[in-house]
Design a protein around this ligand. Structure first.
Ligand code: DP6
Length: 323
């Protein structure tokens, strides 16, 4: 039996909008930080029945994943693509699970598809040790399953531009990641659906300064890389703040418009911003296509993490549990 795992990642410059949805070709470059502690494990073994099947992976160390029938279809169709790409014969039982609870409101498609891609490769290697594909090659294959998964092959930083995804060296290597969870259920608008709706927003074509979404994202990308190189933490925070709001404004102005932000999330973001301004330090803050607030703290700001948790952790969460 083959068993492999892969990490999730959080984007600071977002992949939102596709040039081609069949190959998940993005409209702009993105930059992500690997979440090494949030992983999906995939196992693959021969199936005696002539079909590929998926089941949740069970184990004390795992949190069970439940895939919808659409989710299973997408997962198995990516496995089929991998079989063709690697020349794998036969039929297989595939199982997967996360080491983080699925109700933690963390998108697991990046880690799931990266782990499935790595598992198919490990299976091929177990049959033919001389078979070689680089991480870049695997990342390109994984992208076909779910775009953001192509960045999960590189750690800690990955850049994904028109060429491919690859590692990018930045001076900050280790950040402390914390998610403030405001919503844990299934999203009403999936990120794949969001990708197709945002291109209809007038802000995608041009904003009040005459810049398109692609121009804004690319400008922020070069400014963010420069600010990391120069150890300019406040500037990095400001760029990431503008970037996630830009993406959410696209959601709010697409047709039909939609939002992930509840009043509570908006209020919390306001308070976080005020605290940052008052103290002149804090974490990088970002949101994906969801209501949960991701915070990345510098190592030297360990004490800040605790006091931010004390101040901003939602009081009511996961089925109205008060803690
Ligand atoms: C908001 O990779 O989930 O998290 O390619 O359709 O599977 P598909 O979309 P997906 O999109 C992720 C969008 C995002 C931003 C990001 O991770 O860059």
């Amino acid at each position: 039996m083959i068993e492999v795992s892969a990490p999730s990642n959080i984007a600071l410059i977002k992949y939102m909008g596709k040039v081609d949805s069949s190959s998940n070709t993005p409209t702009n470059s993105s930059l992500s930080y690997a979440l090494e502690n949030f992983r999906t494990t995939v196992t693959v073994e021969k199936n005696t029945s002539p079909i590929d099947e998926w089941r949740p992976l069970i184990g004390n160390q795992f949190h069970r994943i439940e895939l919808s029938s659409k989710g299973k279809e997408k997962f198995l169709s990516h496995f089929n693509l991998m079989k063709k790409a690697l020349g794998l014969d036969g039929f297989y039982k595939i199982s997967s699970a996360n080491n983080f609870p699925s109700d933690a409101g963390l998108a697991s498609s990046a880690s799931s598809f990266a782990a499935l891609t790595r598992a198919a490769y490990a299976l091929k290697k177990s049959m033919d040790v001389s078979f070689e594909i680089s991480d870049e090659g695997l990342s390109t294959l994984s992208r076909q399953g779910s775009g953001s998964s192509c960045r999960s092959f590189f750690s800690p930083w990955a850049i994904w531009d028109e060429e491919s995804a690859r590692e990018i060296k930045l001076p900050i290597q280790k950040l402390n990641h914390h998610v403030f969870i405001f919503e844990s259920g299934v999203k009403k608008v999936s990120s794949s659906e969001a990708h197709s709706r945002v291109v209809q927003s007038p802000l995608f074509k041009t904003d009040s300064n005459g810049r398109s979404r692609v121009e804004r994202a690319e400008k922020r990308m070069s400014e963010l890389l420069a600010s990391f190189q120069e150890h300019h933490w406040t500037k990095s925070y400001e760029i990431c703040w503008e970037e996630f709001w830009d993406m959410h404004e696209l959601f709010h102005t697409s047709t039909p418009a939609f939002t992930y932000l509840t009043e509570e999330v908006k209020q919390t973001l306001k308070k976080m911003q005020s605290r940052w301004k008052k103290e002149g330090c804090g974490p990088i803050i970002t949101l994906d296509a969801g209501a949960n607030i991701h915070a990345l703290f510098r190592h030297e700001d360990k004490d800040l993490l605790q006091s931010w948790q004390a101040e901003f952790e939602p009081r009511i969460q996961l089925g109205s549990k008060v803690h």
